[in-house]
Ligand binder design. Structure first.
Ligand code: TYD
Ligand code: MG
Length: 489
């Protein structure tokens, strides 16, 4: 089959054989991008017949348990569904500077060091020796890793790697028991970690075929170009073509590939949706620049659940996994302070206990201020309104500030009740009982509505020592819940 290309408008999808500066259909300037297409050279039937042998009965397809490889991070493996599957393409997306390159370089070092596969049967996520042997005989690859960097020079990556190599003095001090020191600290750069500072996808495939790495990392997809297209790096045509080439390479050679993709200001993975369809898993690295915590959330996963979240802390020695996030998010809490309410939320599929804080002061200028961080602003407006109406709390001359401690973001209605209690507690200057934990949705009429996973939330809260649950199952209205939380009746 012969390759030829056509120009496609990135705005409206208009197709043309020749280039236009302005799209004839929608009038957008510079929106036509060259995209390769295959032309039919034989009749449809001739092409079709050779695929007939692919027709099989589903019942006769052999079930194959994927041999997963560990990334060296238990949290990362869990989000992947128990490690990386051979031939899988994983897109790691996130804002610039959030720590994608750091996380992947650490994983690269761990895999190259050969420590990840050797956890043996003690680990549920690490590959056992037996499966590793099977895989090795299948693909004859060792533990070499190829890290392609299109964004930074080899020197820049080296500087980061040197930073991640732990110093014998124990630079990665563990302040809280909840942060896990990597089991096998890397004390020197492994010999089989290769770095390739190029952007040509053809070059990358050639290098990968030569080394046959256990893991291929591409940082980032937006910098790649296929030399067969003239469009610039990051354009839809280029991203699609490069992703397609990488996908074929991954499936043919069973090489797992981690691909970094940046998120645009609008929150889309730049170099558009096409990428999300090509890859097997999309993991989002989230967090805000002001806090050290990062959540690795699975958005799509062909080989695992999409409800997993991994928690990491960015330290000066790289990313550390956080094993008991609830305790970490509560570490700085001052108990018995008015304005603090404990909430059991669900982050991904996992319950997480956190603190919702409220502060109220009298309004100086006519209109009261409402400021919300970490919670949904419009939901909080409803909560505030319901609180003033249903629980007869006068808030019209008070400024209200709401915050979730630790820089966590909660986007579920289950946080409503804790937010309402925190505000009520702040306004009345009465602290909520130390062992109380609240969750539930607040309706417009001040009624409390049950939320999902109540059992899991309660279990997690109990584990940390909370024993008094303020829930919609126990209280029908916001008024009752507030009265109980503040006055115990
Ligand atoms: P980086 O991994 O380059 O982010 P991304 O690839 O997502 O753009 O991380 C950038 C930030 O992380 C940078 O501001 C420095 C910080 N950092 C640490 O705090 N500790 C470290 O060990 C490293 C390597 C980086
Ligand atoms: Mg980077």
């Amino acid at each position: 089959m012969k390759q030829h290309s056509e120009y496609i408008c990135q705005q409206c999808g208009y197709k043309s054989a020749s280039f236009y500066g302005k799209c004839p259909q929608c009038g957008e300037w510079n929106s036509l991008v060259e995209t390769s297409v295959s032309t039919e050279t034989q009749g449809q039937r001739d092409i079709g017949t050779k695929y007939i042998e692919s027709l099989v009965k589903l019942a006769e397809v052999k079930s194959q348990k994927a041999n997963r490889m560990s990334t060296g991070f238990g949290e990362f493996d869990r989000v992947l569904g128990g490690g990386v599957v051979p031939g899988e393409i994983v897109l790691i997306s996130g804002d610039p500077g959030i720590g994608k390159s750091t996380l992947l370089l650490q994983a690269a070092m761990a895999v190259a060091k050969g420590t990840t596969g050797s956890k043996g049967t003690t680990s549920t996520t690490g590959m056992s020796k037996k499966t590793r042997d099977t895989r090795d005989t299948l693909t004859t690859r060792d533990t070499s890793v190829l890290y392609v960097t299109g964004e930074e020079s080899a020197q820049q990556v080296k500087i980061r790697a040197d930073r991640l190599v732990s110093r014998p003095s124990g630079n990665q001090d563990i302040r809280t028991s909840g942060k896990k020191k990597p089991e096998n600290l890397i004390t020197r750069l492994p010999d089989n970690l290769f770095i390739l500072p190029i952007t040509s996808v053809e070059g990358i495939v050639a290098a990968s075929e030569k080394i046959a790495p256990a893991l291929l990392i591409i940082d980032s997809i937006q910098t790649l170009t296929s030399e067969r297209l003239s469009g610039s790096a990051g354009s839809v045509g280029q991203v699609r073509e490069c992703a397609g080439i990488l996908q074929r390479h991954a499936k043919q050679t069973h090489t797992p590939i981690f691909v970094v993709g940046h998120v645009t200001k609008e929150g889309n993975i730049a170099g558009p949706k096409v990428l999300e369809h090509v890859v097997d898993a999309v993991l989002n690295l989230e967090g805000d620049g002001m806090h050290a915590y990062r959540l690795l959330r699975s958005v799509k996963n062909r080989f695992g659940s999409t409800f997993e979240v991994g928690v990491f802390e960015m330290t000066d020695g790289g990313m550390l996994e956080v094993l008991n996030p609830s305790e970490i998010f509560l570490a700085q809490r001052i108990a018995k302070r008015p304005g603090s309410a404990i909430c059991a939320t669900i982050a991904g599929g996992r319950p997480l206990i956190c603190e919702v804080q409220a502060l109220s002061t009298s309004t100086i200028f006519g209109v009261p201020t409402r400021r919300v961080t970490g919670l949904d602003f419009s939901r909080m407006q409803i909560v505030i309104a319901a609180l003033s109406r249903a629980a007869s709390l006068s808030l019209s001359s008070l400024d209200v500030y709401l915050n979730v401690a630790g820089g966590l973001k909660i986007d579920e209605p289950a946080a409503d009740l804790a937010a309402a209690l925190a505000i009520a507690s702040a306004v009345q200057g009465v602290a909520i009982a130390e062992e109380a934990c609240a969750f539930g949705e607040v309706g417009l009429l001040g009624e409390l509505r049950p939320v999902s996973y109540a059992k899991n939330r309660i279990e997690e809260a109990k584990r940390i020592g909370f024993g008094d649950f303020i829930t919609p199952e126990r209280f029908k209205t916001l008024e009752e819940a507030v009265s109980y939380a503040l006055h115990g009746e």
